[in-house]
Write a new protein. Structure first.
Ligand SMILES: O=C(O)CCC(=O)C(=O)O
Ligand SMILES: [Fe+2]
Length: 280
């Protein structure tokens, strides 16, 4: 089925041209110098977002075997979609409970001399929650596989949890790996990002080149492609975690490899994928 919901284009045009009051929100945080001003503004001010000016930005309801998924298309090509209320409250609570129990580690980066140090590029605490060790994570994996049949979730990295405290953020980057011993087949075709707790203020997921921010709530998920059809890096998939100005944000990601993606086997051109595969 098909259920478009378009804002009045004139109304959003007017909104975008109004003076905004976002500057009051922009607090100081460690690593602020890594952020472009224009991206911080997009993070903090939904009125600055250009997505809803595009005629192709629509919401779809897809029903398969009596189960409904609500998909918001933020970009067709490359695909960037938000799944609203994808997980049940129980799934969200169960996964959050792992986080409350675990001792979290500040994410580190490796320096040139081989030592690891904390970095202000990613101010967040991580926790590997593999589907083998955690039934709560397996449940998420199963739901994703069932409701998104276009993607083969079997070939994926362990589910990676991430918690941002107030002032936490993740400077825009690519998930596509540029490491020598990684083949194109092993590389991250898709990022599936699940939201378990949204920040009170801030904390969206920004795509600077698509000029949009996915503003999600707990139970929502975001999916995008990091790869072009020919398996090279998708330039528009550059993204980051917007600064959290108040509250905490808890997410986890499944990185899906190109390996075993039968639906995409025949696609090999030097161009972006298209989101229509996600709607059937
Ligand atoms: O926090 C976000 O919204 C983005 C997280 C992210 O980009 C990542 O974990 O690779
Ligand atoms: Fe990322």
């Amino acid at each position: 089925s098909f259920d478009p919901e378009i804002d009045d284009p004139n109304q959003s045009f007017n909104k975008i041209n109004q003076e905004t009051e976002s500057s009051g929100l922009q607090s100081d945080f460690a690593g602020k110098e890594y952020w472009e001003d224009i991206d911080q503004k997009l993070c903090d001010d939904p009125e600055f977002d250009e997505t809803w000016k595009k005629p192709e930005s629509l919401c779809y309801s897809v029903i398969r075997e009596q189960e409904e998924t609500r998909i918001e298309v933020l970009s067709w090509s490359p695909p960037l979609v938000v799944y609203r209320k994808f997980f049940t409250d129980k799934q969200v609570d169960d996964y959050l409970r792992i986080f409350k129990k675990a001792s979290l580690e500040q994410q580190t980066v490796v320096s040139a001399d081989g030592t690891s140090r904390s970095s202000n590029v990613r101010v967040a605490k991580g926790l590997i929650t593999s589907a083998y060790d955690f039934p709560e994570a397996q449940s998420l994996h199963k739901t994703a596989s069932r409701l998104i049949p276009a993607i083969n979730f079997t070939s994926s990295e362990p589910i990676n949890g991430l918690k941002y405290d107030t002032k936490g953020h993740y400077v825009p980057h690519y998930d596509y790996l540029k490491v020598k011993d990684i083949t194109e087949d092993d590389n991250r075709m898709v990022t599936f990002l699940m939201v378990f707790q949204a920040a009170n203020v801030g904390g969206g997921t920004i795509f600077p080149y698509i000029r949009t921010v996915a503003r999600t709530k707990s139970g929502d998920a975001i999916l995008w492609f990091n790869m072009k059809q020919n398996r090279e890096q998708e330039p528009l998939a550059f993204h980051g975690g917007c600064p959290v100005h108040s509250g905490e944000k808890i997410i986890s990601t499944i990185w899906v490899e190109r390996r075993g993606q039968e639906l995409f086997e025949a696609f090999n051109e030097d161009k972006s994928f298209s989101a229509d595969v996600l709607l059937c």
